[in-house]
Ligand binder design. Structure first.
Ligand SMILES: *Cc1c(COP(=O)(O)O)cnc(C)c1O
Length: 373
């Protein structure tokens, strides 16, 4: 390992374990879309996608067109869904050519893809986003029938399926999610009554995969659970998930301070007696949330040390008074395990009042990544 820089390590065995947990929850019949948007939640778009392909994932999901093209250029032949759709005629041509599957949520874009199919003498199977309660992208239920009548008129298109998104499946109150599942089933029924096949419908994110078997339909779309994170920090997972990302930095200096010495910007911390303070080589510029100032922890020599003072751009201070034999160059673990103790993305998320998704996205993309088995 290169000790002169911070490192992010991606554990591919943990990824495989988590994928197998998804498979065990949904059974052999339901298809799995591995969601790899935002550089696979900071874990590396192409490396993670290739690893998932080896595990026989059925398809991949990205947010943006350019991510889908990057997957094709890296040689991946799996179906790729573009969850935020396409925005231009050029992109419509490219998705036909690259056999990509954008999600459609308005009529003008459907018209464009239909016309381009006619021009190229091809057919396309499109997936349509319906809004069942997320209040984000999608055809509203009241607009569904007129929308579908239009789709019928485009002879170059088949309707592959509906997609919708759950807003609250991590919530212990199940009422709203149950209504979203019902709305989704109603939308499918409506379309089938109009003569559409709709072979491949998908509603469940990770929380749906874990908490609502009736949300699985023909395909599920797990993201965060593949990476060993939870939909929210206090979510109770029915399966064991293993953290995939770890993030390590180094102790740069260790100093013995006397009582009443201010530490860091804004003097938000003063030593409370004789204290040993370590300065470590990572900060918010390396993706650590600034919100863990004076409240987060870091693992050093297998012990948890409290972060003191404000997180700086590339430095952070920790109280290591209780840890003996510490030296500059010692490993400091912000995510992952050391000598049997662990800090998870959900721990960091709790300290920072966010979700592990954001922790992984920001840490994962800033330091050099390596891929361990
Ligand atoms: C991000 C995303 C997912 C995955 O959600 P997780 O909570 O990470 O499992 C699924 N579907 C859509 C449309 C998404 O945007």
């Amino acid at each position: 390992m290169d000790h002169s820089r911070n490192s992010v390590v991606i554990d591919q065995a943990a990824l495989a374990h988590n994928f197998n947990q998804v498979r065990s929850l949904v059974g052999p019949q339901v298809k799995i879309m591995g969601v790899v948007k935002t550089d696979a939640y900071g874990h590396g778009l192409v490396s993670v996608s290739k690893a998932l392909a080896r595990m026989a994932v059925d398809c991949l999901g990205v947010a943006h067109f350019h991510e889908a093209v990057q997957l094709r250029e890296s040689g991946l032949a799996l179906p790729v869904f573009i969850l935020s759709g396409i925005r231009s005629r050029e992109e419509a041509r490219a998705v036909i050519e690259h056999r990509l599957s954008p999600v459609f949520f308005d009529l003008p874009t459907v018209e464009i893809i239909a016309e381009e199919c006619v021009r190229l003498g091809k057919r396309a199977s499109i997936h349509v986003k319906v809004d069942t309660g997320m209040g984000r992208l999608g055809i509203l239920q009241k607009d569904l029938v007129p929308f579908l009548r239009k789709v019928i008129s485009f002879k170059s298109l088949d309707l592959g399926g509906f997609i919708s998104h759950l807003s609250s499946a991590d919530d212990p109150d199940r009422c709203f999610t149950n209504s979203q599942i019902e709305n989704f089933a109603d939308a499918i029924e409506t379309a089938r009554a109009m003569g559409f096949d709709l072979p491949l419908n998908s509603l469940a994110n990770s929380a749906g995969v874990m908490s609502y078997p009736e949300s699985h339909f023909e395909m599920v779309r797990p993201g965060i659970m593949l990476y060993g994170g939870l939909p929210s920090p206090d979510f109770r997972s029915p399966v064991s998930l293993r953290p995939v990302m770890s993030f390590k930095a180094a102790v740069l200096q260790v100093r013995n301070m006397s009582e009443g010495i201010p530490v860091g910007y804004g003097r938000t911390y003063y030593t409370k007696g004789d204290q040993k303070i370590a300065v470590i080589s990572a900060g918010y510029g390396d993706g650590l949330p600034r919100r863990i100032s004076n409240r987060g922890q870091v693992l050093i020599r297998g012990r948890k040390a409290g972060i003191v003072g404000r997180v700086c751009m590339n430095l952070i201070m920790a109280d290591v008074s209780a840890i003996n034999g510490l030296e500059p160059g010692d490993e400091a673990v912000f995510l992952g395990c050391q000598a049997g103790s662990c800090i998870t993305g959900d721990d960091v998320a709790r300290w920072a009042e966010t979700i592990s998704y954001e922790v992984f996205c920001s840490i994962g993309q800033r330091s050099k990544r390596s891929y361990g088995l």
